[in-house]
Ligand binder design. Sequence first.
Ligand code: DQA
Length: 148
Amino acid sequence: MSKILVLHGPNLNLLGMREPEIYGRETLDDINEMLEKQAAAQGVEVEFLQSNHEGVLVDAIQQAPRNGVAFIILNAAAFTHYSIAIRDAIAAIEVPVIEVHISNVHTREEFRHHSVIAPVVMGQILGFGIDSYFGAMAVALKKIKALY
Ligand code: DQA
């Protein structure tokens, strides 16, 4: 059975109390719970991982094909803007990745405008608050149904 891996990068463990005017009031657990329900309604399993450590995310991306992951939903947070290691890990696997951001990074500081992972992901969903995650999940579920 195919599954979806949801990866959250640094500082996303602080959602709910971190700059709520930008990131909202929901906690990471709230978001994961809603994503889980969204996938379960389609009979698809989801795994979640949050890490503040680049290498942990690289390991998870590398291991995804071996772990039966059909799709990755990734909010790489600050790593989006400079982690060549995460970019290379995505490029090394055939599992499609959807890049997600809660905020519209293009309306924020200049350093957030560039994503080093953008060229190696299937697509980006950003700027819709936590609905960016649910949009990405809807796409992943639809694509998985088309594959299996
Ligand atoms: C973020 C945007 C990034 O620029 C930032 O470093 C984050 C969160 C978002 O979801 O809007 O930590 O990825």
